[in-house]
Design a protein around this ligand. Structure first.
Ligand code: TRP
Length: 376
């Protein structure tokens, strides 16, 4: 295998590998870039642009303009996002959830949140259903810790709530052929039958609001771009079923500390989990991939490369909100004034401060988690 093969980009809902080229994804997936004009329109409603939009952490969309047209004429929308609970939550998962929380706050909309224990059971031979279900309840604590409110946040636990989802899943599944599903998801002869049906289940929360309230409104889905194939098939059939096409706003994937792909629970040393101890956080950050030079002397002389540095990305995505400080950090890195150890120490402190607070809120969430379970 050459280096190039190893680095080859793969982005599917179940696998992200190599260096992700986001412009290429916009082209290949056929999504729209978030233009300046659209950003301005959003900013009007959110009084100022959120950091994640200003920094293009969310960078692409489908039909966001249509949703805003409707909204400006008085038709609300609902938000929908979710989580495949195959392990503990890490910082990468929090990126779209924090963004969703801010959108919800500004637009005063309901959120449907899907915990796909069924999906995670089906797509990996090793995964046991009971474990995935248990992770679902555990992961909900992280969501709630971010400040969501039970009045307008409805968590769907797939295996528990399947009675609520099943009729809509059938309507969806009946209208998607195997050949479309195979082309969209890359199914093989060896793919199990449950997995082949499963995308119909992820489509359901796009439409469930009407069943619960009688109100037909579009869903806007903030999610990392690897989920896009699901929405492609869902959008094709939405109008046939009498619903709006679901709209999306696509985010980038927070890279693992190892430097490529996305942060992934299957590589625990390159992922920071929300339940990690301060020592574990320090150790993982200490071992992270950076843009540093092999020796201190070399780095002092010719500087580092913030563009490839994972530490830098963590500041950018989550831990340094001040643009001026971001620019200054990059300058000091390139000029050889700060060394990787300095940045790592700063980041570990920030992450541990954040986690100390998050972990408290996460424990508190145990008292309220039931209130978030979807109300019928
Ligand atoms: N398939 C997603 C995952 O594996 C979970 C999910 C379900 C989701 N519905 C969603 C993610 C809607 C984003 C938006 O993580």
């Amino acid at each position: 295998m050459t280096d190039e093969d190893r680095n080859e980009m793969v982005v599917t809902p179940w696998e992200v590998k190599g260096k992700v080229d986001y412009d290429r994804l916009i082209r290949e997936f056929g999504t729209q870039p978030l233009t300046e004009e659209l950003l301005k329109r959003i900013a009007k409603h959110t009084d100022g642009l959120q950091l994640q939009l200003a920094r293009q952490v969310f960078f692409s969309h489908r039909d966001l303009d249509t949703v805003l047209d409707l909204y400006e004429k008085g038709t609300r929308f609902v938000l929908y996002t979710g989580r495949g609970p195959s392990g503990p939550v890490h910082l990468g998962h929090l990126v779209p959830w924090i963004f969703t929380r801010q959108l919800q706050d500004k637009f005063k909309t309901r959120l449907y949140f899907q915990m796909t224990d069924d999906e995670k059971f089906l797509v990996d031979d090793e995964n046991q259903l009971a474990d995935m279900t248990r992770f679902g309840y555990d992961n909900a604590l992280d969501l709630i810790a971010l400040g969501f409110k039970p009045e307008d946040t409805f968590i769907i636990y797939d295996t528990k709530d399947i009675d609520l989802l099943y009729d809509i899943a059938l309507e969806v599944a009946k209208r998607i052929t195997y050949s479309t599903a195979r082309a969209t998801f890359g199914f093989q002869d060896s793919t199990n039958l449950g997995w082949i049906f499963w995308p119909a289940v992820q489509a359901v929360p796009c439409f469930i609001h009407k069943k619960l309230t009688g109100e037909n409104v579009p869903a806007l889905i903030p999610a990392a771009i690897d989920q896009d194939p699901y929405w492609r098939v869902t959008r094709d059939i939405a109008q046939k079923l009498g619903y709006y096409k679901p709209a999306q706003i696509h985010g980038r994937l927070l890279p693992g500390l190892g430097g490529s792909g996305k942060m992934s629970a299957s590589e625990p040393e390159t992922s920071i989990f929300t339940t990690d101890t301060p020592e574990a956080v320090k150790r993982k950050i200490w071992n992270a991939f950076t843009g540093g030079k092999p020796t201190l002397a070399e780095q002092k002389k010719s500087g580092g490369d913030p563009d490839v540095c994972t530490i830098f990305q963590y500041f950018f995505y989550l831990f340094e909100e001040d643009d001026k400080k971001m620019t200054e950090r990059a300058r000091q890195c390139k000029s050889g004034e700060v060394m990787c150890g300095d940045c790592k120490k700063d980041l570990a402190e920030r992450v541990n401060r954040f986690l100390a607070d998050h972990q408290k809120k996460r424990e508190k969430a145990r008292d309220t988690v039931e209130k978030f379970h979807i109300k019928r």
